[in-house]
Design a protein around this ligand. Sequence first.
Ligand code: ZN
Length: 499
Amino acid sequence: MLKKITITSVAVAMAISSNAQKLKKTPEYLLTPSFTETHIRFLASDELLGRRTGDQGNKVAARYIAEQFRSLGIKPVNTGDYFQKVELESVTPPAGATITTQEGVAKIGEDFVLMSGDGLTNSSAEVVYLEYAWIDAEKGYDDYKGVDVKGKIIVTSAGTPDTKSPQQMFSTIGPKQKIAKEKGALAIIEVFNSPVPWRNISNYFGRKGIKLKTAGETSGGPTHLWISSASAKILAKNKISKIDLNIPKKQTEEVNSSNVVGVLEGSDPVLKNEYIVLSAHYDHIGYGAARGNVASGDTIFNGARDNAFGVTAVLTAAESFAKLKPKRSILFIAYTGEELGMLGSKYYSEHPLIPMKNCVFNLNCDGAGYNDMTKITVIGLSRTDAKSEIVAAATAFGLTATDDPAPEQNLFDRSDNVSFAAKGVPSPNYAPGMTAFDDAINKYYHQSADNPESVDFNYLLKYAQSYTYAARLIANRAKAPAWIAGDKYEKAYQTLYGK
Ligand SMILES: [Zn+2]
């Protein structure tokens, strides 16, 4: 028994030392802190003014990433260029819009917000009440049954019988509009009933903002409004028969910003047809008091941790893989628009440059900051079978890979990785070590204090090296990664890959 143990131990020791030898030959292992320090000092510099989507600093950051790709021999995809223009627009809600009934007047901003459509002035129409203005054929649910809504204004509850959160209510706007358009309705007024304070909703949707050009809109579809439950008393059933809508045109302006996309062909003749996607958002929130709390003498939100850190890790992978190619191909994506609601990644996932079904894994880099430099926090670590590679890579650089510290916050669905996950692609998010969302994180998170000078450059290097090595181990695996059975994205995975 003793002898057997000894032989096993020797075999294990030999395997470990052979892995260690392999690790020491990788380009990522040989990098020094000045490599990663250079990238973060440039990307998070004051000169880039916080890289807000559409601002000049945002475009300079994109150019910097593209030229890094070019110098490494990483190729553009399809478009002949590294830039994928994301169709964005800045929208200013119409001033002075009103809803008038026999019971009173509601004003835009205070009482209601415009979710979609406009240019409906002095429109007087009959009102029709529906529970949710929803049809679910599978469940035999149909609010429109026996009701004629043609040319009328629908008053209904936001969401559907199965959706309760504001995010879910928002996501049903598109499908509900589509139905209402088919039925010929003039407008939909949804009563917003939720524990979320109305002021948060009106602040968010009532101000000038940047969004994807087609988000939630059906072209030529009915005007779509959300009214607060308090203000909805002017729409009371049995008290009113018609509604006058006065919704002037909103002001829109095109916003120019791009994702940066490059590809490196894998070394294996067969596996190179599969792609590992390495991504990080490069935009941040900009500069000036309008963007958040500013410290005296520092009004620039440099976004060193959020997310020059992640972009630096992706550039580290680009540098290392260009020198020593993995078996699978690598698709590098630097996203814009994350801080505005993951717009760059949402756009990419709807307009992929490499077919989604050829992309077998996405390791995204994003985080709020770090408070434990012995760790890497991987959101979704235990949700895919690539856990062993990620844990091994972290260990190789003296770090411990840990899972989501606060699953109840649903961080997995709050970063760009979800854009790939929702399509079925196994997609964890590789974040710096964070044990809790505490004061040490809040000191820098979306604060003007998030400067490159305050970053530990040795930790940044280890984070970027371990990320690169994890991606290398996964890109060299015999079998593409999968979700753990029963994951909420497993169904999408089966559909995407035909499994
Ligand atoms: Zn952020």
